[in-house]
Design a protein around this ligand. Structure first.
Ligand code: BTN
Length: 242
């Protein structure tokens, strides 16, 4: 797909910015917007995403034909593309916490926020944030011990622009594959969610289980306490700490 790249020194949120642009007029394939820092970076489930200068924050929009049900898989593929690119650039081994976090040495290194815009055409805005050079002393109190950066992990720091272009190129290749389920083995191999305790809601009631795998449509496969296997979608699954 054709790709266009722009970098701005600051944005509230590159996802929000691209969404605004798309609402005004559809963008060419793979429009990528990077901000050196974000003042209102957004995460999943309405959370905020700490985005000081020194990280990589960008959003890529691309048209999709898939029905909305397959959208969760895009989040997984963005995570895989980011994880592979980081590993190659830095010689580390990142893991993926379903559905949208990139982990390094047991802490969150980055996150993915995919949003679907349905207008005349169906467009995905995939936002990727990776902590590159944040210093330990600059990590806000509430995130201490939970997030990390390549600098904190003493990994080599890649050029943010080069890393971004590699992630987008990998994502582009992955999206050209007709059946994204071919990436399931790679996703499972990198997963740090398998075997973890989760809570989820079913018919309004809270239930507990163990994360057992990823279904071909990207849903979480959970083994309930009574041994039943259920597929649960993103947003309804929470990892139980500890
Ligand atoms: C999460 O951790 O829940 C997802 C974080 C996604 C952050 C990226 S940074 C670029 C893009 N713009 C945003 O406001 N969010 C995404």
């Amino acid at each position: 797909m054709m790709r266009t790249y722009r970098t701005v020194s600051e944005a509230v949120s590159t996802n929000s910015e691209l969404k605004k642009e798309i609402a005004a007029s559809p963008l060419p394939c793979f429009s990528v917007l990077r901000a050196v820092k974000q003042t209102g970076g957004r995460g999943r489930l309405g959370r905020s995403f700490f985005s000081p200068e020194g990280g990589l924050y960008f959003s890529a929009s691309f048209p999709v034909r898939t029905e909305a049900e397959n959208i969760p898989f895009f989040t997984l593929l963005c995570g895989l593309a980011a994880a592979e690119a980081i590993d190659e650039a830095c010689g580390v081994k990142t893991r993926l916490k379903w559905p949208n976090d990139v982990y390094l040495n047991g802490k969150k290194l980055g996150g993915i926020l995919c949003e679907l815009i349905s207008g005349r055409t169906l467009t995905v805005v995939a936002g990727i944030g990776i902590d590159l050079s944040v210093r330990a002393e600059d990590v806000p109190e509430e995130l201490r011990g939970k997030m990390t950066s390549l600098f904190i992990e003493r990994a080599p720091l890649p050029d943010p622009d080069v890393l971004m272009r590699d992630i987008v190129a990998r994502l582009d290749r992955m999206l050209s594959v007709t059946d994204p389920a071919v990436f399931l083995p790679e996703l499972l191999e990198r997963s740090c969610s398998i075997g973890k305790k989760v809570s989820f809601t079913r018919k309004g009631a809270a239930e507990y289980g163990t994360f057992a795998g990823i279904a071909p449509d990207g849903a979480a496969v959970i083994r309930t306490e009574s041994g039943e296997i259920v597929n649960v979608r993103s947003g309804e699954v929470n990892f139980v700490e500890g």
